[in-house]
Every structure is written in C-alpha cells, then in structure tokens.
Design a protein around this ligand. Structure first.
Ligand code: GH3
Ligand code: MG
Ligand code: MG
Length: 354
C-alpha cells in the first residue's frame, strides 16, 4: 500500500463541542513530511480527531494529492528533498486560489526571519519541531474554524450571485443573466459558426388579467407561462424573464423551421392553460417576435432584441396570439446561411409555415 494512503483518523470518540459531524467528515488534512517519524507523530496527534488525514512524503506528492482532494488544511514540513514547505505554500496559493486552504508550516527552524518568510509565502501559521501534540490539535482547530467561516462566506456569495441572476417570481433567469449568457453565445456563434435565435414573448392583454382578477392572479399567470417555457427549453438553450410580462427564449444550433416549430409549441401549450379566477375559467395567450443571426460578425444583443421586438410588434398588430419572424437580413456569410437570413416580401405567419 502506498505510504500516502488516505487514513481516516479514529472517529470512536464522541464529537463533543466540535463542528457538525458531516462537516468534519468533509474536512481533509494533508500532512506533508519526508520524515516517517514526523508523519507518524502527526498521525498520532490527530488520531482521535474526526478528520480525514492524507499523507505525502514530499512536495510533488503533496501537490498531486492537493489537486485531487482539495484539503481544507495542510500541515507541511519546511525542509524536504524536492520542494520546500515554503515553495509548496507558494504553489498552493498560486495554483489553487479558488477555494481557501489553511496552511501550517511545521519547522525545526526557530529563526524569526524565516518564520516571517514562511508566512509571507502564504502559510497561515507555523509550529516548531518538536511539537506539542495538544498544541498541534489546537492550531488545527483554529484553522478549521477559519475554513468553516470561509466556506460559509463562499456559500453565501454563491447564493447571492444566484439571486442576482434570478427572477424571484418565476425562478427564471433575469435580464442580467440573459445579457451575460446571450453575449457570450453571440461571440461563440460567430466564432464557431452556429445560428442563434432570440424570441421575445409578451402576454396578450395581460393588464386585463390584473385589472379584472387582481395582481395575484396576474402573478399566477406569469408563473404558469414560465413553467411552460421551462418545460419547452432544451438544456442547450435558455429562457428568462426580461421584465413585466415579457420573456425571452434563446435557441442555438437550429434552423429557422425548427425554431418556428419550437416556439409555436410554446404558444399552443400556453393557450391551453386554464386559470380558475373568480367564478369561471380563463385563458391567456402570448405573442412572439423572433430574430436570428448567423455569420462571422455578430450583432450586439440590443440590435437582435430590437429586431425581435419589431417582429413582436407585428404579431400584436396582426391580432396577437401568434409568432412572427423578423425578416431583416443581417449578413450572409455562406449560401447555407441564406435560409436564416431570407428576406421575404411579407412576414410569414408561423401557422402558415407549419
Ligand atoms: P398587450 O397585449 O398589448 O401586450 O397588452 P398588455 O395589457 O399585456 O400590455 P401592457 O403593457 O399594457 O400591460 C402590461 C401589464 O403587466 C401592466 C403591469 O401591471 C403588468 N405587470 C408587469 N409586471 C407584473 C408583475 O410582476 N406581476 C403582475 N401581476 N403584473 C405585472
Ligand atoms: Mg409588454
Ligand atoms: Mg402584454
């Protein structure tokens, strides 16, 4: 068995006053020392602590294990044959900056200048050899508290980031998330030569729903439409709420005909939804405006949106509850793309195409 095998320190002792057990199980400590004696001493010191302990006997092995396991804490010797503990700290800080690990230098060197150098290299703490087992456990405990705080802050940040990109009413992506995604997709579409379509959906005479049945009824309709959208959106595509009763669908890698079919399906599904407001059953419909692009020079998102919006205007103008394509040609980069950019004299009703 390799010497750096993963060892789980004994969990027989009850975890009184410690962190929640699942967090402990999660907490990995990497011990790096070329001396088998010191590896053993550290192992014995942590034997009754509920951590998962990994061992490496040199710096290279430590880096490999670090990459594979992302331990929360590292206890490293200073002087080793390949990488020094100092270099190891520097490399960890440089190459694994996404998540914080607490680094403890274990050194027989008591020279203060070197201690300062070690802390400057990225170590959080140091301990001199020969060490006191209780002190090691206590310092590991300090590191654990700090790492737990880090994890909480990271989780909170992720949550906030998610919230900043989500529409609270429908759980769909909000305008900001849509902007980020579409802009990255527009560049990718130009670089890798695939088509991209945006469709704006606007609920028809939605103000009437609010005015007749109240704002909560309006919200129910918005949520229902978002469910239809989610159910109709493939993984590679995206949908979101632009604001108010306007939604956006983005479809990539498909030709115009398939886009028409997909959006027409959304329109029909929503039209069938029944809402029990007041004494009776109500139905609401939506109108759709679509614009597409394919070629080497992507338009900016605002331009594409404006084209989809003008198609939406046309859908409203022609009686609502329908899908209209913007037929304006943006560019023609090869004959195969001509289908997307075809300029018809009259905008087509999708129901006519189907
Ligand atoms: P059209 O068919 O021309 O689109 O008519 P419309 O009534 O849907 O359009 P209009 O822009 O006149 O009205 C949109 C309404 O959407 C007005 C506003 O009160 C309502 N609205 C916007 N955001 C929300 C929301 O979050 N919840 C609810 N319940 N209503 C909203
Ligand atoms: Mg509107
Ligand atoms: Mg509307």
């Amino acid at each position: 068995m390799p010497e750096y095998l993963v060892e789980r320190a004994s969990a027989k002792r009850p975890n009184i006053g410690g962190p929640p057990p699942d967090l402990c199980q999660d907490l990995k400590i990497l011990v790096v020392d070329d001396s088998p004696v010191y590896r053993k001493l550290v192992q014995q010191s942590l034997a009754h602590e509920p951590y998962q302990v990994l061992f490496a006997k040199n710096g290279r092995e430590a880096l490999d294990l670090f990459g594979q396991n992302q331990p929360a804490l590292v206890i490293t010797d200073w002087t080793m044959p390949d990488l020094s503990g100092l270099e190891l700290c520097e490399l960890i800080r440089r190459d694994f900056s996404r998540s914080y690990s607490y680094l403890i230098l274990l050194t027989s060197n008591t020279n203060k200048e070197q201690v300062i150098e070690g802390l400057a290299a990225g170590a959080d703490d140091y301990l001199t050899k020969p060490f006191h087992p209780g002190e090691l456990v206590a310092r590991v405990g300090v590191g654990r508290r700090l790492i737990e705080l880090h994890r909480q802050v990271e989780a909170k940040n992720r949550q906030l980031e998610e919230m900043a990109l989500t529409d609270p009413l429908t759980g769909l992506h909000n305008r900001r998330a849509i902007d980020l995604w579409v802009n990255s997709q527009l560049s990718a579409a130009a670089r890798h030569d695939f088509s991209i379509w945006v469709a704006i959906a606007d609920l028809d005479r939605f103000k009437n729903v609010n005015d007749t049945y109240g704002h909560d009824a309006g919200d129910t309709v918005l949520k229902s439409f978002s469910e239809v959208l989610k159910a109709s959106t493939r993984k590679s595509n995206m949908c979101g709420r632009l604001g108010g009763e306007e939604f956006l669908m983005v479809l990539t890698h498909v030709e115009r005909e398939q886009v028409g079919i997909a959006i027409e399906r959304v329109r029909q599904r929503f039209e069938k939804e029944e809402f029990k407001f007041g004494d009776g059953v109500s139905r609401v419909t939506a109108s759709f405006g679509v614009a597409g692009f394919r070629g080497p020079c992507p338009p900016d998102f605002t331009t594409l949106l404006a084209r989809a919006d003008s198609a939406l205007y046309s859908a409203k103008h022609k009686g609502r509850n329908r899908v209209e394509f913007d037929e304006e040609r943006i560019q023609r980069s090869s004959p195969t793309h001509a289908r997307i950019e075809r300029q018809d004299s009259q905008p087509k009703r999708i129901s006519g195409i189907l």
